[in-house]
Design a protein around this ligand. Structure first.
Ligand code: ADP
Length: 159
């Protein structure tokens, strides 16, 4: 049984995240979509809200489970029988950052990181950009699912 983790802040989950999670779910037996619960960095959404949105967005994938973690991702992996981390590369700047993290994670634990290339349709997309657009009432309907769009509207009290 091949169990992998797709980790992230998911503040909020976007169509780019869902694309990667769905593609990973085709390659592996089980995918854990794990939300980092970072006590030092509060996001726009609470961890509970992020988990709910992720659950709603991944309900169509029978082998995807949603969870939260704190501390080191490699510790979470070891404790949960996860033997691989799946991350995505949108651009060269992602690569620089992700390479370091992947090498550190391997050094700490021997856990491998697999990289999937972002769908070009979403390679410009990030949670922070979605928030910036939504904050000023811009249309994010092709970037996030309707439930996430609704929650963004509620947060920013736009329409
Ligand atoms: P983190 O703070 O850990 O980078 P994110 O939620 O921004 O958390 O990203 C989590 C993962 O999802 C990363 O591997 C990131 O590259 C990937 N990701 C983010 N946005 C997209 C996108 N638009 N298309 C594909 N993958 C994405």
């Amino acid at each position: 049984m091949r169990r992998v983790v797709c980790s992230g802040s998911f503040d909020p989950v976007t169509n780019g995240h869902i694309d990667i999670i769905g593609r990973a779910a085709q390659q592996y037996d089980e995918v854990v979509a794990a939300v980092l619960n970072n006590i030092n960095k509060r996001g726009l959404f609470s961890v509970e809200e992020k988990l709910e949105m992720l659950r709603e967005c991944t309900a169509e994938f029978s082998n995807v489970r949603v969870a939260e973690f704190n501390g080191l991702l490699v510790d979470y992996c070891r404790e949960n029988g996860i033997d691989m981390i799946v991350r995505s590369l949108r651009s060269v700047s992602d690569f620089d950052y992700e390479l370091q993290i992947a090498q550190m994670n391997y050094r700490l634990s021997g856990i491998e990181t697999m990289f999937m290339t972002a769908n070009p349709q979403y390679s410009f997309l990030s949670s922070s950009l979605v928030k910036e657009v939504a904050q000023y009432g811009g249309d994010v309907s092709s970037l996030v699912t309707p439930n996430v769009e609704q929650r963004l509207r509620e947060k920013y009290k736009t329409a």
